[in-house]
Design a protein around this ligand. Structure first.
Ligand SMILES: [Mg+2]
Length: 246
């Protein structure tokens, strides 16, 4: 085994959280901020619908941000030029207050450190439905914002979302990598394990395992807690060093 790239999911993987709890708190906070412009319930519904439009988009010419804003403006009648600075202020000033809804662990840092020791490059393969600044904020919560990530997928720089295989293909293209050079670790049997369809090996992290009723037909190559992933990488470091010594 010799992985050049370790692809890591963020929410529920490197940053343990109850996804439902986090999304509820996030939607409440952002809807409240936007209340002077649009009724909170309607805002939340439109936000989710436009996010779904992003997830379903397979047009390689449009970024996820393009798809989101086209759909959102059409749906709400709001002016992007007026709304964008307010949303950016929300992410700067209020989004950080959602940190206590998550349960950061030092193991995230251990995983990244071991991967770097192993000689792998790190990719944050989080579903790119958020602006970069919201992802960087969550990297800070997870205690890993200072790592030299080769790529962090965000809605500005990606054209597809999980669970589309196109998302993983775009990562491979960006890296100039073959699937056999990558290991994808995540907590979602659908969104993260779909990487297998391209031949990428997978590690299912079960601490905050997403349950997919009727799904779960994909079998990960490896499976364990986040600490097990750290150990798995440590063993790989050991093997690599021994191999180098011989
Ligand atoms: Mg996840």
């Amino acid at each position: 085994m010799s992985y050049k790239y370790l692809l890591l999911d963020l929410d529920g993987t490197l940053l343990p959280m109850d996804m439902h709890e986090f999304l509820t708190a996030y939607l409440r906070a952002v809807s409240t901020r936007m209340a002077p412009y649009i009724a909170p319930d309607r805002f939340a519904k439109c936000l989710l619908a436009s996010t779904q439009a992003m997830v379903e988009n397979l047009d390689p010419r449009r970024t996820n941000a393009d798809v989101f804003w086209d759909d959102f403006v059409g749906r709400t009648g709001l002016d992007q030029v007026e709304i964008l600075p307010i949303l950016e202020r929300f992410y700067r000033e209020e989004f950080p207050q959602l940190a206590p809804v998550t349960r950061p662990t030092p193991t995230a840092r251990m995983v990244c450190t071991r991967a770097v020791e192993y000689g792998a490059e790190l990719v944050i393969a989080t579903n790119p439905i958020f602006p970069r600044m919201a992802i960087e904020e969550r990297l800070r919560w997870a205690g890993i914002a200072d790592f030299p990530f080769r790529l962090v997928t965000a809605y500005e720089n990606m054209h597809f979302c999980k669970p589309q295989t196109h998302y993983y293909q775009q990562i491979l293209d960006r890296l100039g990598a073959g699937p056999e050079q990558c290991l994808m670790a995540g907590n979602d049997p659908e969104e993260d394990l779909v990487a297998q369809d391209l031949g990428i090996r997978t590690y299912l992290v079960v601490d905050c395992l997403v349950s997919r009723p009727g799904g779960g037909f994909r079998r990960p190559d490896h499976r364990g807690r986040l600490t097990d992933l750290a150990d798995f990488l440590a063993e790989s470091v050991g093997r690599k060093k021994n191999a180098g010594a011989n």
